[in-house]
Design a protein around this ligand. Sequence first.
Ligand code: GLP
Length: 247
Amino acid sequence: MRIRIATDPGALACAGADLVAAVLRERPDAVLGLPTGDTPIGLYDELQRRVEAGAVDLSRAVGWAIDEFSGVPRAAPGTNSVFYRAHVRLPLRALQIPNPAARDPAAHIAAFADALRRAGGFDLCILGIGMNGHIAFNEPGSARDSRARVVTLAAGSRAAHAADFGGVERVPARALTLGIADLLGARRLLVLASGRAKAAIVRVAVVGPVKAEVPASWLQQHDDCTWLLDQEAAAELQGRSLSGDAG
Ligand code: GLP
């Protein structure tokens, strides 16, 4: 696992965009996992700037969502579909997003993961980390071999999305997510975290024991995983011997 520390969120966005650009140079038709959340927005904006400047070509790449809420219409405020429309205005060949209104959610997310495997699997999957250590919507208790499925959201995860949905009572109780095994199947992983509030969970995930109670700790078992942190998110790792500096 590589840890890279950026001086601030802007440097983090640039370092993340550098990694995406490197993957695209190797493989212009890359299959990319694209998370929602506040953390990756700067990276998406930076990629858009580079596309407009002609420095990055996404026209053959395909983006895949890694999770979505369940039991709400696609256009309901707060869904990942709405997030992508607002924040991922990238000229990808396609962007695949699970349908939060699927009539059979379990069959739908299983078929979504099958389609991802048929597309060759992720060349690069970008991830964020939830305050309780979740990755995508794999909440604490998620096993190493868990696959795409319907999950019940933790109370804290619902609370974190209350503003997006217009009140915590409107946040769906359930979500669709790729599983830990699906995420670890990516050829490369890039995990983004910023802000002091993430420092404790980043430390537990990066240097703590690997266990289902901290889903992000499973990432220690991947052989090409880069954590890209700003200084605040890395605050509780400082002093340990870490490699690299993203500027
Ligand atoms: C949501 C998403 C995760 C994301 C997490 C962190 O719960 N399902 O994929 O990593 O939020 O979001 P933020 O970057 O806003 O802290």
